[in-house]
Ligand binder design. Structure first.
Ligand SMILES: NC(=O)c1ccc[n+]([C@@H]2O[C@H](COP(=O)([O-])OP(=O)(O)OC[C@H]3O[C@@H](n4cnc5c(N)ncnc54)[C@H](O)[C@@H]3O)[C@@H](O)[C@H]2O)c1
Length: 313
């Protein structure tokens, strides 16, 4: 079985590639080493798979590739490549978001027309829901993103649905809720927080710390992605969350307990594009995909802390 993983050098893509290889898939990975964070992190992410006999790596930008021949013998597309991050998606930067998130997805879906794909899994985001009190967030509920990033993720979800409806491309969209764990992107909160704690530096805390997130450990996300790939349906959307709602202050207290260190927090204003609460309704993913997150927050944070202190720096 041959799979294509886009964004393979990223946080989630690299974990997924490792899991696919462990399942004996042949994996073609594409990544452009976008400069959303330093390339050495991405190269390190790839280090476990790069020399695997069933892995081949294309250092390419999806936007500049002839994608149709690439999909010739591919059974599963896992489309994770994107310009992520909510706060930096305003202003001039939006052009990069629309190109990498919308246009690249449309090109890949176009290439999927008439192919023999078994599944096209698209990595969407909880940011499509926006700032809502209607919790838990339900797949069929309202979507009103509050960041340009969220708008691009929702637009690409609509494209995935369109290409399924119009051309039978077997696409499924998965809305990931704040993913964390080893290799987490350096612009994400736990990474920033743990790095600062490790170095004895001040930690910026945006808003009052009472904002809540449904944090999802990376191996649970990978498990959900695979379950969606092997699910017989298409044209659907599923939430993938961690199954609990925790405030940032509670999570900080857990990391303090794990590390045995006290955080030096610097209060900062709420940032444009941030939402106050996220919580996934998981019933659809549980009942149709058999998804069941396994890693609790304390265990997951301990694994990320170990990575920050022994591998990342
Ligand atoms: N990490 C999270 O909490 C989270 C939450 C919701 C959704 N997502 C989605 O999951 C996916 C993976 O996120 P991540 O956190 O691993 O991000 P990441 O930045 O670590 O990985 C994305 C990778 O895609 C590559 N890429 C971007 N545009 C490309 C292009 N045009 N051609 C080739 N490669 C390209 C980048 O170089 C990067 O390595 C993204 O689609 C993101 O929107 C992530």
């Amino acid at each position: 079985m041959k799979s294509l993983v886009t964004g393979v050098a990223g946080f989630i893509g690299s974990h997924l590639a490792e899991k696919l290889l462990a399942l004996d898939h042949e994996v073609v990975g594409i990544d452009s080493f976008l400069d959303n964070y330093p390339r050495p992190f991405k190269e390190k992410n790839l280090s476990n798979v790069l020399h695997h006999r069933k892995f081949s790596f294309l250092h390419q930008d999806l936007l500049g590739l002839d994608l149709q021949p690439l999909l010739d013998d591919i059974s599963y597309v896992f489309h994770l490549a994107a310009q992520p991050g909510v706060r930096s998606s305003w202003g001039e930067e939006f052009a990069r978001y629309s190109e990498n998130n919308i246009r690249a997805t449309q090109m890949l879906l176009e290439a999927g027309k008439g192919s023999k794909l078994r599944k096209f899994v698209y990595a969407s985001s909880s940011s499509v829901y926006g700032d809502t009190d209607d919790l838990p967030m339900r797949e069929e509920g309202g979507t009103r993103p509050v960041s340009p990033y969220g708008v691009t993720k929702l637009a690409a979800e609509h494209l995935a649905y369109l290409y399924w409806k119009a051309f039978g491309v077997p696409a499924v969209s998965l809305r990931f809720f704040t993913v964390y764990g080893p290799r987490q992107r350096p612009d994400m909160f736990f990474h920033i927080f743990m790095r600062a704690l490790h170095r004895g530096e001040e930690v910026p805390l945006f808003d009052d710390g009472e904002q809540t997130r449904d944090f999802t450990f990376c191996s649970d996300i990978v498990d959900g992605i695979l379950k969606a790939a092997f699910y017989p349906g298409a044209g659907e959307v599923f939430n993938l969350g961690g199954g609990s709602e925790t405030s940032l202050l509670q999570a900080i207290a857990l990391v303090e307990k794990i590390s045995g260190r006290k955080a030096n927090l610097k209060r900062c204003d709420r940032q444009s594009g941030d939402v106050r609460h996220t919580r996934a309704r998981l019933e659809e993913a549980r009942s149709k995909l058999g998804y069941s997150p396994q890693i609790g927050l304390e265990e997951g944070l301990a694994r990320e802390w170990e990575w920050i202190t022994t591998v990342a720096y």
